[in-house]
Design a protein around this ligand. Sequence first.
Ligand SMILES: [Zn+2]
Length: 382
Amino acid sequence: MKPTYYLRKLKELSKRYARAQQVPLHKARDAVAEVLGFSHWNDVTKAHRAGWTPTKEHVSAVESLLVEALPGDEAGGPRSGSFIGDSVFETDVQHGTIDGHEYSISASMGDVHMHGTGWHLYVPEAPNAEPRLEIAKQIEHEAPVYEAAFQQEALGIAIKRAEQVRAGIASDWPRRSTKPDKDGLVRHPLNGAESDKWFCLHCDTSITGEQIARSLWHCPRCDASPLNIFESPWWLEEHDAQPKPFSDKEKQGRPELVVDVVDTRPKLKLDTEKVTLLIRSALVEDASNVSERLGALFADIFVHDDNDLSITFDEDLWPENKEPISALAVAAHLGINVDQHLCLRDLPFAWPGLGEHTESTVEYTKMMLNAYASQRADKDFE
Ligand SMILES: [Zn+2]
């Protein structure tokens, strides 16, 4: 094992300890340092730079610290250091390097995802489905991920993880689901039906018990999930074409890696909705009291086909000669001309002038409620 492996492990353990104890990471690292005979974590890294490396015993000692910290059910099996080291981290995101390039790998819903700088390798749960590598176009010249050797090494790591995931899934299933009996009969892992012949609802393929067990209950032809596999093609009518048997020659095991190079940089698409959002945000900024703020939110903003823009303010909520300075500046950045109009509309609240006396919406709400209440108080006629 490389010396850096143990240092990395210590860092992982510190993180886990920090989470378990709900203490800041630096405190957890200091606690770990103490177990190793140092007074601070800084001293550990200094020593490491000078050539000191933790031993397996050191790691075990820190693992024991963690076992003490974790609740029993989280630690899982036996309360011994090595168990934690072997199992706890396997369920989480794992990190590693290929030729000095860092990657992380994790499993989600049976699929394996591996990420590095500017690339993402994806191995689907279905054992016959193709693995895909997405490379960000913009890293073209910096990344070794274009090299076949690098790709194959990454693929090897991801496939290995996929096999572990697969083994985990299979271990939860009845034995008869993964191992046909002497007549080729297998049991569906989800609904318990038994048969030596199966059918895919998606592509009408007929599949032998051995084939479906081998492909982990995904359709070997179209990769449909186990939910689409049935012991009879009940959806077919008499005059429909008969299901086509799957031949092992068609496809067996993982197809070749498919590489997609795509520009993953976020692209700006300024549609009318986004322009309106920016302009309205600026209008709110231009408002100097609650009345004007309501006016900014209530204003009608219309983006024309030629990209010019009309803002229609309500006369009672926006002073006639007030220039919406920020909104005009935003429009200028976007290269948009602005027309301003005034109109009179039904307002959401009576007495719009009330909002001119305060910047606080809370204050305004109180005033507005009082105004409505007081007119009820001195009612002389219904
Ligand atoms: Zn299918």
